[in-house]
Design a binder for this molecule. Structure first.
Ligand code: ZN
Length: 174
């Protein structure tokens, strides 16, 4: 072992000279209030709960104490099916906000139930994001204490068995 090798390992006394990865920046925590607690309780149970006015049935998100349509303070929740389409989106580049990578897609999702929510997208390259794309929710553990509802492109529906081009000669189908 050369003198320089020894010198590089000596100061910290660690078991190896592997460079330590930079400290990982955690995602920002959601602001959970009295009004939004039900939503995060639902996420913990892998349910996407949307606030619904008990008087006029208007859905609203983000949650708020009063119905904007009829001003009722009474509400319950609807469990959304988790499917929707991209209503709008941005690819976030600047300013850099670790741990989000450059070009991180942030989208407004229009749920099948008719209300919208803002979320981030997973399972898609930024250049492939487009308005109208069908997406569905999944509940992802992003660190040891945070689970988030995130959306990814819906898998194509399987209508029937895939058709094989070589199943029979083309002339038989004419
Ligand atoms: Zn209402």
């Amino acid at each position: 072992m050369s003198r320089s090798d020894h010198a590089s390992e000596a100061p910290r006394g660690s078991e190896s000279a592997k460079p330590q990865p930079p400290p990982q920046r955690r995602r920002p925590r959601p602001g959970i209030t009295h009004d939004t607690a039900f939503f995060w309780d639902g996420v913990a149970r892998q349910k996407l709960l949307i606030q619904r006015c008990a008087a006029c049935q208007e859905l609203r998100h983000p949650p708020s104490p009063m119905c904007r349509r009829c001003r009722s303070l009474d509400w319950d929740t609807l469990e959304a099916c988790g499917r929707g389409t991209i209503y709008s989106f941005v690819l976030h580049y600047h300013p850099s906000i670790p741990p989000f990578p450059p070009g991180h897609p942030v989208a407004v999702i229009e749920l099948e139930e008719g209300t919208r929510l803002i979320t981030d997208l997973v399972g898609i390259e930024p250049e492939d994001v487009e308005i109208g794309l069908p997406v569905e929710v999944e509940f992802n553990r992003v660190d040891d204490e945070l689970v988030l509802p995130q959306f990814r492109p819906q898998l194509p529906a399987r209508k029937s068995a895939p058709r094989r081009h070589d199943a029979q000669p083309a002339k038989d189908r004419l």
